[in-house]
Design a protein around this ligand. Structure first.
Ligand code: ZN
Length: 248
């Protein structure tokens, strides 16, 4: 795969929603998809104003067909506590709901910690408890699967990779009262064939090619707002909007 495909300027696929991924909204985290609260607010404004409205993630699943205008789907990976404490109030200001790809084993582990143990964790280690994830779900965010232990799936035996995916899908299903319909690959690494059961849409990263979801439902491309490069975001958003129309 060429380096150009990893370019965040490349949108998801012509005619399909732009999908953005984040990990943290925090002043304390240094990561290529972690934005400060102010930057996150500015990013939301830029993308919603320039590309189009946010999709309701509850509508996203197998058989999804895109709206007839450019739109945006926001996603968060791993299930960090700052998603609830910092990102959720900002998302609420804009009326935006997100897909929340949870590392289910980390939420299980968070449930076993005391309040003081959790308070001592740095943001990169501070995951949601299930009760906190359910608070987000009650606000309209959609809990989704991201493996049980966040391995590099391409380095596992096929049976182990399938089990990682299945355990997380089951965990989400048990908490949401219905089968999980969306999944994201850790690190955007996608084994061939993908270890994802039928009836699930699976999301990659900028490593995935920009193809229609209907053609590649297990390789959905996501892109991101590069941290610290806010001057560029408006140009990115204009480009993403123009790409939506593709060759139409
Ligand atoms: Zn992840």
């Amino acid at each position: 795969m060429s380096a150009a495909l990893f370019d965040p300027a490349l949108g998801s696929a012509p005619g399909w929603p732009l999908v953005l991924y984040f990990h943290h909204v925090s002043d304390l985290v240094d990561h290529y998809t972690a934005l400060s609260p102010d930057a996150f607010r500015r990013g939301l404004e830029t993308v919603l104003d320039t590309v189009g409205p946010a999709l309701d993630p509850a509508a996203v699943g197998p058989g999804f067909s895109p709206p007839d205008h450019p739109s945006v789907l926001l996603t968060f990976d791993d299930g960090y506590r700052d998603n609830l404490e910092v990102a959720a109030p900002l998302l609420a200001e804009f009326g935006v709901r997100v897909l929340l790809f949870c590392v289910t084993g980390e939420l299980d582990a968070a449930d076993r910690l005391s309040r003081s143990e959790r308070a001592a964790l740095p943001p990169r280690k501070a995951f949601l408890t299930w009760a906190e994830a359910e608070l987000l779900a009650a606000s309209g965010h959609v809990l989704s699967a991201h493996t049980a232990g966040h391995p590099r799936l391409t380095e596992l035996e096929p049976r182990e990779a399938a089990e990682e995916v299945a355990v997380s899908l089951r965990g989400i299903g048990e908490r949401t009262g219905g089968p999980a319909r969306t999944f994201a690959y850790p690190y955007g690494l996608i084994p061939q064939p993908p270890p994802v059961p039928p009836g699930v849409l699976a999301f990659g990263t900028v490593r995935s090619p920009p193809e229609p979801w209907a053609r590649r439902p297990l390789h959905i491309r996501r892109t991101y707002l590069p941290v610290g490069d806010t001057e560029r975001w408006k140009r990115l958003a204009v480009g993403w909007r123009e790409q939506w129309f593709g060759s139409q």
